[in-house]
Design a protein. Structure first.
Length: 205
């Protein structure tokens, strides 16, 4: 995700925060940021136990005008129960829904519709999104079932971007999982996701 942010149109500067990093999640560190990114990987409950003490800092950051980007696990955590409570709605497991193109939590490639265009994306048990009626949100992509797969929404003065599949997946991901994307390995959807989440116009309530 850091590579995606650095290589996109805006070319963000990135820094890592965490127990083994020079920077920690704090109001002072977030005050210097434009975007907070929560990556995928790991289990929701375990990751939330590591993050919940910092959740008010992240919520305040977004409420005051920052952007939260959640990829896969980070998208699950954008909702509540457990999570940051930033998403105007809830999340669910795509693989558990009737008609899903996969019912396995193994790494795979799924078909999606991104802004009306048929594409394929790397996927590993990512969420779908159930938005509240009238929520100020834009659905960028849907799964084959029609359920939202990528959403940008408002929260306070800030914004929340969440995506179930992995637009940041590079050649190493596909090689290690022995997968092929029929569209080729491209990052245009990731760039669109990031730029729309940070700068795009949201619908009004």
């Amino acid at each position: 995700m850091a590579a995606l942010l650095r290589s996109g149109p805006t070319k963000f500067r990135t820094a890592y925060c965490g127990p083994d990093e020079d920077r920690q999640i704090s109001p002072d560190e977030l005050a210097e940021a434009t975007v907070y990114v929560q990556p995928g990987g790991g289990q929701v409950s375990r990751t939330w136990r590591q993050l919940r003490d910092y959740s008010s800092y992240v919520r305040d950051f977004v409420n005051n005008g920052g952007t939260y980007l959640g990829f896969c696990l980070g998208a699950y955590l954008a909702a509540g129960n457990p999570g940051f409570g930033l998403l105007p709605g809830d999340v669910g497991q795509y693989i558990d829904t009737p008609g899903a193109s996969t019912d396995s939590d193994d790494d795979t490639v799924v078909p999606i519709t991104w802004r009306g265009q048929q594409r394929h994306m790397y996927f590993q048990d990512g969420p779908l999104f159930r938005l509240n009626d009238g929520a100020p949100a834009t659905v960028l992509a849907t799964y084959n079932t029609g359920a939202p797969a990528a959403v940008v929404a408002g929260y306070g003065s800030g914004r929340v971007g969440v995506v179930g599949p992995h637009p940041e997946a590079d050649q190493g991901w596909y090689r290690d999982a022995r997968l092929t994307n029929p569209d080729g390995i491209r990052f245009d959807l990731g760039y669109d996701f990031v730029e729309t989440a940070v700068y795009g116009q949201l619908p009004t309530k």
